[in-house]
Design a protein around this ligand. Structure first.
Ligand code: DGJ
Length: 735
């Protein structure tokens, strides 16, 4: 049993293979308290950890100091404005204009399996793979029922938490804040010098790892940009002071959602920590009518005593097996060539066919036509919304092009930005009210475009039909679904006064609905999400697409840091990564073609260059890279990820690897970013191997035992020049 309830002590105990999570009921009123989360403990009778036997005591014993109790008790899901002055998890606006909420225990259920979340992406598992606890708390005055849901994925040391609220009263109530998780960490545990790890970024430098001290008061990251964003990521981890890649305590929190979020740590007067994650309360106000239920997205919690690496591998396994649904998730993806950096908007049928022919000769398997094929879009100023083929560019039409590409022997993929409309488009001229805007204000343009109000049924249906018709018109096997601006001027002509605060969340739900319908209608379609690079790289989108474009920055060296931050929580099989031309279009750097290939091999792998124009020396390397992809991709997609060294912190070199689950094969990538003068070979200590196995190093033919490679290391000769790289391929003897 992974979840038990001890009626005598009022304790719920949830166990994964290496962790325990305990919740306790306290005092006669039935406060729901947080008891413990961390490395496995055996006792379920651990209610003493809630410290209710010490001053200020529980209200039944000391009601004169009720607020002291409330302000110190480790509340599992804190209410608002009734004495706990720390951050609340739920806030409302009731019929009288008040915001107080106080939850006490009413009921619970424990069962095998895990229910889905209506309209939302969520992890899933068969009955034998997971188990769920639902605790109903109730505010008796508001007649509001709050269900706290915990699903245990024991094998991967994960607990998925979510919350839903039901209005049992006869009046509407407005939810103004609803965190998906709140967790109070006891002062003594919190004293262990934890740092906060988040992923920070911007366009072209997404998901850079950022560590910070946790001071008193509140420390947070979030997005109120309508998407998970380039800038902050819906993830945070508490990392103990001494933690490394393979040792030390790490608590991870990752939000399965693609819109506004808040991730916050509050360090209190008593040195305890309150951690919260959920939909950002900014721009959120949801009307809950009598009998209605609101479901908040889920947060994936994992605790690792094996450092950051342990956390990474738990997330990777969970997402590969219990989140991504695409039929491609376990398959090698076709090697694609995308024409964005090759031609930008300047292409036509002949140009694309020239690229396709040359690509075929090199072993590439799919041509992707990026932005600029529709309306009169010759730059980024027009035509979004007019999803009709521009026949001046694509002479013969789309079907002709696709058939020709197929005849050459390549699959065909296409780019869309379905959520947007250009002011200069037939769609906008016909329906200016379909754009998100505040009445009386000219909405702010970004990349000269507006966002469609997908909360309007007719808009959503129109968008759906537009995409679906194009996909039906030819043999299109891949879609890159882009989204190139963030949301502001939040106003919908469709939603009433009481519902304007629902726009941001409804927008995200509409995007999910669109992708759900498209992937159902075209079940074999390979969908790649994208948002101006990697601004919507989040677990929510992975539920619909098995891969996401990581960043518009394709420079191999910039990608080391971006891919390190991404691989911290996402499987390598999800990271869209391409080899592009040099000087790199974002940073102007020249790197060896081989290094660009080696770095892209850590992701989905493809090309983003004009193969008809690059140097012959570079072009001649493509078949070799294609062969490497075919040789290693099964291992990269399925294996366990180990981070060995980080250029981000050492400023000289980067090294990471993938080890097969059975430990019989491993591939490590070493990138010498800067050559160090007058320096010997580096000894790199590998990780994740079987200590007792003997391995053959493919390049040198030398044999080493696993423990030697991990404890003593393997030499890597300094290479001539900066940005050089090599692959270290190991196979167990006898394999
Ligand atoms: C942003 C994407 O990240 C790029 O790859 C490209 O598709 C452009 N948009 C096209 O406008």
């Amino acid at each position: 049993m992974n979840i038990i309830y001890n009626e005598k002590t009022g304790i719920f105990k949830l166990d994964t293979v290496h962790t325990s999570y305990l919740i306790g009921l306290a005092d006669e009123e039935g406060f729901i308290g947080h008891v413990y989360y961390g490395k496995t403990i055996s006792d379920s009778d651990a209610g003493y950890l809630m410290r209710t036997g010490e001053p200020p005591y529980v209200p039944s014993r000391n009601n004169r100091d009720r607020s002291s109790f409330f302000d110190a008790f480790p509340m599992e899901y804190p209410g608002c404005n009734t004495g706990d002055f720390r951050e609340s998890a739920i806030e409302v606006l009731d019929a009288g204009g008040h915001n107080a909420v106080e939850l006490t225990y009413r009921d619970h259920r424990i069962f095998q399996g895990k229910p889905g979340l209506a309209g939302l992406p969520a992890t899933f598992g068969k009955e034998e793979e997971c188990m769920t606890l639902e605790i109903d708390g109730v505010d008796k005055v508001l007649e509001l029922e709050v269900t706290l849901r915990y699903s245990v994925f024991a094998d991967v040391d994960v607990i998925a938490r979510s919350v839903s609220v039901k209005n049992l009263s006869k009046e509407s109530i407005f939810l103004t804040k609803l965190m998906s998780v709140s967790m109070d960490m006891d002062a003594d545990i919190a004293q262990e010098d934890y740092r906060l790890l988040t992923l920070h970024g911007s366009w072209a430098r997404e998901r850079h790892m950022d560590f910070r001290e946790i001071g008193y008061g509140k420390t947070s990251v979030g997005s109120a940009r309508g998407e998970s964003s380039h800038q902050e990521h819906p993830f945070m981890a508490l990392v103990s002071g001494t933690a490394t890649q393979e040792r030390g305590d790490v608590y991870g929190f990752h939000f399965v959602y693609s819109g506004n979020f808040l991730a916050q740590v509050e360090k209190t007067q008593f040195d305890s920590l309150r951690l919260q994650m959920g939909i950002h309360p900014k721009n959120f106000c949801w009307q809950l009518k009598p009998g209605e239920v609101f479901a908040a997205p889920e947060v994936i919690l994992t605790y690792s005593a094996e450092g950051l690496g342990g956390m990474s591998r738990a997330y990777h396994d969970l997402y590969r097996n219990h989140l991504i649904r695409s039929p491609y998730k376990d398959k090698k993806r076709p090697i694609l060539i995308n024409n964005w950096e090759a031609t930008y908007f300047d292409f036509n049928t002949e140009k694309l066919l020239d690229i396709a022919r040359e690509a075929k000769r090199a072993g590439i398997e799919m041509l992707v036509m990026d932005d600029g094929w529709f309306g009169h879009r010759n730059d980024d100023n027009s035509s979004l919304g007019d999803w009709q083929v521009n026949e001046e560019k694509l002479q013969g039409g789309l079907k002709y092009l696709v058939d020709e590409v197929n005849r050459i022997g390549l699959k065909f993929g296409i780019w869309f930005e379905p959520e947007m409309v250009s002011p200069d488009s037939d769609l906008y001229r016909a329906h200016p009210d379909w754009a998100i805007a505040v009445p009386g204000r000219v909405p702010c343009r970004s990349r000269n475009q507006y966002v469609l109000d997908l909360t309007r049924r007719e808009v959503l249906e129109h968008v759906y039909r537009s995409v679906s018709e194009v996909l039906h018109s030819a043999n299109i096997e891949y879609v890159k679904w882009d989204m190139n601006r963030q949301l502001c001027d939040l106003g919908s002509l469709y939603l009433g006064r009481d519902n304007q605060g629902e726009l941001s969340h409804r927008y995200v739900l509409a995007v999910y609905e669109l992708q759900e319908r498209i992937t159902r209608e075209f079940p074999d379609l390979l969908l790649e999400n994208c948002s101006g690079g990697g601004a919507r790289f989040d677990p929510g989108m992975l539920y619909f697409s098995p891969q996401i474009w990581c960043s518009d920055d394709t420079d191999a060296i910039e990608r080391l840091t971006i891919q390190e931050g991404t691989a911290l929580i996402y499987p390598l099989s999800t990271m869209g990564a391409h080899v592009s031309d040099c000087p790199n279009h974002t940073v102007g750097r020249n790197t060896p073609f081989s290094t660009r290939g080696n770095v892209a091999l850590a992701g989905t792998f493809g090309y983003e260059l004009d193969i008809t124009k690059i140097s012959e020396t570079d072009r001649n390397q493509i078949p070799e890279q294609v062969a490497l992809y075919h040789k290693y991709n099964d291992l990269v997609r399925r294996g366990d990820y180990y981070r060995i060294a980080s250029y981000r912190s050492n400023h000289f070199f980067d090294c990471y690897g993938v080890v097969a689950k059975d430990k019989k094969e491993a591939l490590f990538t070493f990138v010498q970013v800067l050559r160090r003068p007058n320096y010997h070979s580096r000894i790199i200590k590998l990780a994740g191997l079987d200590a007792a196995m003997r391995y053959r190093h493919e390049e040198t033919g030398k044999r080493y035992s696993g423990d030697t490679l991990m404890n003593a290391g393997i030499p890597v000769q300094e290479m001539w020049g900066d940005f050089q790289s090599k692959l270290i391929h190991l196979t167990a003897e006898g394999e």
